[in-house]
Write a protein that binds this ligand. Structure first.
Ligand code: AMP
Ligand code: GLY
Length: 430
C-alpha cells in the first residue's frame, strides 16, 4: 500500500486551526513532498504553500489539483463536502479523502441524519420534522414534546455554522426559537425544523476513520462550547478541547461501538451511501445509555488539535487505508496519555471580533517541549508580525502523561502569549 505514492503532493482545504493541525500531520509524513493549503492562514504558511481558493470553489480546487499534480486532497470542513467536492474530484480521476455528497447529508441535513438513525435503530433523542415554522409550533402545542414547562431542542435542518441549535428551557422559548430561526441562520437552512426531546447527561465526542463498514476510533474528546467559564454565555465554535481516557470507560466505549458506530456505518452501506472519511459522532451519555446528538462528516475544530497531537501513525497511510477499504488492517498508534487545547479568542468574540492586533510570544510558547500552537485566525502585518485576523485566533495545545500535565503545560504556554483583548477559558478540562 505504502509504495504506491512517495513524494506525494497534498492539498488541504480550509483555513482554521483544524487545518493547521492537518497540515502539520501531513508535513510530518515521510511520504509527502509538497503541502498546499487553500486558503490557509499565517501559521499554515510556515509549513505549507497557501493558495487563494475558497472551499466552496470546488471547480477551482479541482483545476488546481490537476495543474499541480496533487496526489491527494484532504477536506477540512463541511462546506465543500456538502457541495459534493468528493464526487467532483472522483469524476475527474483525482484522489480525495472524504465522504461523498450523499454521505455528507448526515451532517448537511439534520432530518436526514435523524431518519438514518431511526431506520437503523441508532439510539437518539425522540424527534419530529416540521416543514414550516407553523407546523413546528403546532407540534410543540400538541404536547408531543411534553407540557409547557418541558425543555425541548429546536434545530434548523441545514448547515448553520453551529448557530442552528437552540436548547429551549420551556415551550415558550421553543416557540420563540422556531420563529427566530430564519433570521438566525437564513431562510434556506431554517426551511425545515427538527424538534427533539432534550437529553441530559455528559457530552463526549467520538471520531473515527471510517471506510464502508470498517472503522478505526480516535481517542474520545470533549469540547467546551460556551465563551464563559462554567459553561456560561453564548455558544462559540469551541473554546477548548481535551482527550483523556477518563472520558469513556471501556464498557461505555464497547456499548457505543455496538449500539451506535456499527449500525450507523452498516446503515450507510445498506442504504447505498457508504461512508468514507472521518465520522464525528456527538454523544450524550444519558442515564438510559449513550444517545447520538449529531453526526459531523469531518474533523472538528478545535477537537482535531487535541486529537492529532497524539497521532503517531503516518496520516498518508491512514488516508490510503480509508480510500482503499483497508482501514480494518491498519494498526493506528496514538501517544499514550492525554492532551488539551486552549483556544485564545479575539476581543468581542463570538460577536464581531476585533482584529488586527499584534500577537506576542508564540515562539516562546512553542519552546515548551509538549506544546504546539495552532493558528486559526492569524495574518501577518507589513512588519511581518503575527496579527489577529479572526474570532478564534490560536489553539494552544499540549500533550501530557495525564490530563493534569497536559493542562499545566497548555496554560503555561498560554501565559507566554498576549494580544489586546485576548479571551480564553481557564477551566478547559475541568
Ligand atoms: P448539535 O449541533 O446537534 O450537536 O447541537 C449542538 C449542541 O446542542 C450539542 O452539543 C448539545 O450540547 C446540544 N444539544 C443538541 N441536541 C440536544 C438534545 N437532544 N438534548 C440536549 N442537548 C442537545
Ligand atoms: N467543535 C465542533 C465542530 O467542529 O463541529
Amino acid at each position: 500500500m505504502n509504495e504506491r505514492f512517495q513524494n506525494m503532493n497534498v492539498l488541504i482545504v480550509g483555513s482554521g486551526g483544524r487545518e493547521h493541525a492537518i497540515c502539520r500531520a501531513f508535513r510530518d509524513s515521510k511520504r509527502v513532498n509538497r503541502v498546499y493549503c487553500a486558503n490557509g492562514n499565517a501559521g499554515i504558511a510556515e509549513i505549507a504553500e497557501c493558495v487563494a481558493i475558497k472551499p466552496d470553489d470546488v471547480a477551482g480546487l479541482a483545476a488546481f489539483a490537476e495543474q499541480n499534480s496533487v496526489d491527494l486532497t484532504f477536506v477540512g470542513g463541511e462546506t465543500a463536502l456538502a457541495l459534493g467536492i468528493v464526487d467532483e474530484f472522483q469524476a475527474r480521476g483525482l484522489r480525495i479523502f472524504g465522504p461523498s455528497k450523499a454521505a455528507a447529508e448526515l451532517e448537511a441535513s439534520k432530518s436526514f441524519a435523524k431518519d438514518h438513525m431511526s431506520r437503523h435503530g441508532v439510539p437518539t433523542a425522540a424527534y419530529a420534522v416540521a416543514n414550516s415554522p407553523a407546523e413546528a409550533v403546532a407540534l410543540l402545542e400538541s404536547g408531543r414534546f411534553g407540557d409547557e414547562a418541558t425543555p425541548v431542542v429546536v434545530k434548523a435542518d441545514g448547515l448553520a455554522a453551529g448557530k442552528g441549535v437552540v436548547v429551549a428551557a420551556d415551550r415558550g422559548e421553543a416557540v420563540a426559537a422556531v420563529n427566530d430561526m430564519a433570521e438566525l441562520v437564513g431562510a434556506d437552512a431554517a426551511e425545515t425544523i427538527v424538534l427533539e426531546e432534550c437529553l441530559v447527561g455528559k457530552e463526549v465526542s467520538l471520531l473515527m476513520f471510517a471506510s464502508g463498514g470498517e472503522y478505526a476510533l480516535m481517542p474520545a474528546v470533549r469540547d467546551h462550547k460556551r465563551i464563559g467559564e462554567g459553561n456560561t454565555g453564548p455558544n462559540t465554535g469551541g473554546m477548548g478541547t481535551f482527550t483523556d481516557d477518563s472520558l469513556l470507560t471501556a464498557d461505555e466505549l464497547a456499548a457505543i461501538e455496538a449500539a451506535i458506530v456499527v449500525p450507523t456505518l452498516k446503515g450507510c452501506v445498506a442504504d447505498g451511501y457508504p461512508f468514507l472519511g472521518i465520522l464525528f459522532i456527538g454523544l450524550m451519555m444519558t442515564a438510559a445509555g449513550p444517545r447520538v446528538l449529531e453526526y459531523n462528516v469531518r474533523f472538528g475544530d478545535p477537537e482535531t488539535q487535541s486529537v492529532l497531537v497524539r497521532l503517531e501513525t503516518d496520516i498518508a497511510d491512514i488516508c490510503d487505508a480509508v480510500i482503499d477499504g483497508e482501514i480494518g488492517d491498519l494498526a493506528i498508534e496514538w501517544r499514550r496519555g492525554s492532551s488539551a487545547c486552549v483556544v485564545l479568542a479575539a476581543a468581542n468574540y463570538p460577536a464581531k471580533p476585533i482584529i488586527g492586533d499584534a500577537i506576542i510570544g508564540i515562539s516562546d510558547a512553542e519552546s515548551l517541549d509538549s506544546v504546539t500552537v495552532f493558528h486559526a485566525g492569524t495574518a501577518r502585518n507589513a512588519d511581518g508580525e503575527f496579527i489577529t485576523a479572526g474570532g478564534r485566533v490560536l489553539g494552544v495545545t499540549a500533550v501530557g502523561n495525564g490530563l493534569d500535565d497536559a493542562l499545566r503545560d497548555a496554560y503555561a504556554a498560554v501565559e507566554r502569549i498576549s494580544f489586546a483583548g485576548m479571551q480564553f477559558r481557564r477551566d478547559i478540562g475541568r
